[in-house]
Write a protein that binds this ligand. Structure first.
Ligand code: SF4
Length: 241
């Protein structure tokens, strides 16, 4: 029987979610509530389009000429909430010879994540904030689960790219960035850090959904602030994009 899942949308030729040109599937459903989320329409777990893993893999296969040097990325929402579906899609993609990536905030138990990691070549792991209380304020949970996943990736030598949003007044503080860089530099599985400057491109979606957006008055980081943040990570030997 084909394992079914709920997807939010598809980007057939994505350039920013892993190496090379990629087929990106955005899964429906997320139980975090990041203040800066630009896809609040992906939160509802009972929304989106239902599709079978085999059907999706066949669709992905049609794009083989374009993505054979890139691959397939599952993103969201939070893909690991649909771990069985994701594991099956990525297993089929591996069978087809594609490089696989999973873009996750790691907000599930390690046991749930391992099923998917087994078929994942690269984990794009979003670390929101290392401080427990600040992390809860920012997204609703503590950083324990993503950190457990990171430690597991180190143990099984799974490549990880860390993603971290630079949010003025929240994560964009020298002491926080230094703490994060000092923490990450100990992991040999971390191949790259992607520092993502906060932007408000998703603000209109909050308004459409009638959800209060708390960051209207927060400015996007300046070039200088981004440069300083990058330098903090590079000075500790981490590769940064
Ligand atoms: S984890 Fe991603 S999809 Fe979920 S609330 Fe945060 S930014 Fe939005």
């Amino acid at each position: 029987m084909d394992v079914k899942g709920r997807i939010h949308s598809i980007e057939t030729l994505g350039l920013v979610d892993g190496p090379g040109l990629r087929f990106v599937v955005f899964l429906q459903g997320c139980h975090l509530r990041c203040l800066y989320c630009h896809n609040p329409d992906s939160w509802g777990e009972n929304q989106g389009r239902i599709i079978g893993a085999k059907e999706l893999a066949l669709k992905i296969q049609e794009y083989e000429p374009y993505i054979k040097n890139g691959g397939v990325t599952l993103s969201g929402g939070e893909p690991l909430l649909q771990s069985e579906f994701c594991a099956e899609v990525l297993r089929l993609c591996k069978q087809l010879g594609f490089h696989t990536a999973c873009d996750t905030a790691g907000s599930v138990s390690l046991k749930t994540a391992t099923k998917v990691l087994e078929h994942t070549d690269l984990v794009l792991l979003d670390i929101k904030d290392l401080d427990k209380d600040d992390c809860k304020k920012l997204c609703g949970i503590s950083p324990k689960m993503p950190i457990d996943i990171l430690r597991y990736c180190e143990k099984i030598e799974k490549d990880v790219w860390i993603r971290h949003v630079l949010l003025p007044g929240y994560t964009l503080k020298q002491s926080k960035l230094e703490r994060l860089a000092d923490f990450l530099k100990k992991f040999s599985c971390v191949k790259k850090v992607e520092l993502l400057p906060f932007h408000k491109m998703g603000e209109f979606k909050w308004k459409t959904l009638k959800i209060r957006y708390l960051l209207s008055n927060v400015l996007e980081p300046s070039r200088e602030e981004i440069k300083t943040a990058i330098e903090i990570f590079r000075s500790r030997g981490l590769k940064v994009d």
